[in-house]
Design a binder for this molecule. Structure first.
Ligand SMILES: Cc1ncc(COP(=O)(O)O)c(C=O)c1O
Length: 444
């Protein structure tokens, strides 16, 4: 039985029951959604229950756990956001200090504020123009020495640009201190099915999240929380239920279930082919003079990240170039873009990307090399105090010595210049202006 949730839902449908339960559409309300609406069920007899899973959902989770080599895996219908809240709550107590890579997603900052955690930031090392960054194990080690009360490490790998950090080395550092390593692998759900396979759980992470919906054929919101240490298993479901909806979407869970069958059959072959084809596009891009993050073994082979400042294009010009070839990118900034390649793209999509690269006529470079290191902001009050404070929006020039109440991250590099709770000193104001940030929410 490879798709237990699908089987359970089909068995329910075969019984032809009167749906005198939620949801209100009764499986039939809209023609537009006719093929899928019957499967949008709820937790009734036969369909199992996400936070007390014993049947179909538990079986689906067991299969995912085997595939990813975890001690246990939980389905999430609330994206990696829900998994991040859950793993931070599982690993830490309110008031705990931790070491965290500063290139983290806002969902992690919000969860840390909710849980009243006290992060000590490690700034990642950046590629030219900020197109990708890595957290160096030696920088993490230094932070662990400086903050001996840190109860664990939180990092993001791969980053949005597909650049991987050395999770194995960082997990060894954590194991030698007997503290957990939490990894946001939201962009890397597909990595175990490529050659060589790679995943934070097999690299020693204690807890890790994967947004299946980002890189696998799964509906938006479908994600996995992997548990690498048995001690977290007993409380995991209850902890997730504190943050998630009591009405998890069965359509999302069904698509996670369907992906099981895909992983068992076609996935590895498809990913190998996607990686080969993406490698050819990367080679073509490099010939043209684009900056492409490397080395290949430390980058997602299915993600086409292009730094175009080196071929003399601005963000606006490159955006026009992409769209004139019928391409909508995942991400476009003033210096780089990210295209997510997949075997589910059509032949014409691959041809368009290739043509788009061939039609580039390089101009004098606008590249500025690796960005200057961001000034390290000093903490004034805790994340939680700042995020839940009364705040006001002020022009940056009026913010000197005020305490920031929001996350301000330029794109790229996606590394916040100021975090909630940090004091906005003169040098930060200069950097904010350099990145064209003109307003900030500050604590009143
Ligand atoms: C690095 C990273 N972590 C976490 C998330 C949140 O994931 P989700 O949208 O699945 O909740 C995102 C979303 O873009 C992300 O980029």
């Amino acid at each position: 039985m490879k798709t237990p949730i699908q089987t359970a839902l089909e068995q329910y449908l075969q019984k032809d029951l009167s749906r005198t339960h939620m949801p209100g559409h009764k499986g039939a309300a809209f023609d537009l959604l006719a093929p899928v609406l019957p499967y949008d069920l709820t937790e009734v007899q036969g369909t199992d229950s996400l936070y007390q899973a014993e049947e179909a959902i538990a079986e689906c989770e067991r299969q995912y756990s085997q595939l990813y080599g975890s001690k246990g895996t939980l389905l999430s219908a609330g994206g990696s956001t829900l998994c991040i809240q859950t793993m931070l709550a599982l690993a830490f107590l309110p008031g705990n200090e931790l070491i965290a890579g500063r290139n983290l997603h806002v969902s992690a900052v919000n969860a840390m504020a909710l849980l009243d955690l006290r992060p000590h930031w490690v700034y990642p090392r950046q590629n030219p123009d900020g197109i990708g960054s890595t957290l160096a194990p030696e920088d993490i080690e230094r932070a662990l020495v400086q903050h001996p009360n840190a109860k664990g490490v939180y990092l993001t790998s791969p980053d949005y640009f597909g650049v991987l950090s050395d999770v194995s080395a960082i997990s060894s550092l954590c194991r030698s201190r007997n503290i957990p390593l939490l990894v946001d692998n939201a962009h890397g759900a597909h990595l175990p099915f490529l050659a060589p396979p790679c995943h934070p759980i097999t690299q020693g992470a204690s807890l890790c999240c994967d947004s299946l919906h980002k890189t696998m054929p799964v509906i938006t919101g479908g994600a996995l929380l992997h548990i690498g240490e048995e001690k977290y298993l007993p409380h995991a479901k209850q902890t997730m239920s504190m943050f998630g909806s009591t009405s998890p979407s069965y359509l999302i869970m069904l698509s996670i279930d369907r992906a099981l069958d895909y992983i068992h059959t076609q996935c590895r072959q498809d990913l190998a082919q996607t990686a080969r084809r993406t490698a050819s596009l990367k080679a073509l891009a490099q010939q043209k003079g684009f900056f492409v993050p490397g080395p290949p073994h430390l980058c997602d082979p299915t993600r086409l990240t292009l730094g175009f400042a080196s071929v003399g294009y601005t963000g606006e010009q490159f955006g026009q170039h992409l769209r004139s070839h019928g391409i909508e990118p995942e991400y476009l900034s003033s210096v780089g873009c990210v295209l997510l390649m997949s075997s589910f793209l059509r032949e014409q999509d691959w041809a368009r990307v290739s043509q788009m690269l061939q039609n580039i006529h390089p101009k004098p470079s606008l590249s500025q090399g690796p960005p200057a290191p961001l000034p390290v902001a000093q903490s004034g009050i805790t994340l939680r105090e700042a995020i839940f404070s009364h705040s006001q929006l002020l022009p940056v020039k009026q913010c000197e010595n005020k305490i920031c109440a929001c996350v301000k991250s330029p794109c790229p590099p996606g590394i916040p210049i100021v975090m909630p709770g940090e004091r906005i000193e003169k040098n930060l104001i200069k950097t904010l202006k350099q990145y064209r940030i003109s307003f900030l929410n500050v604590v009143k």
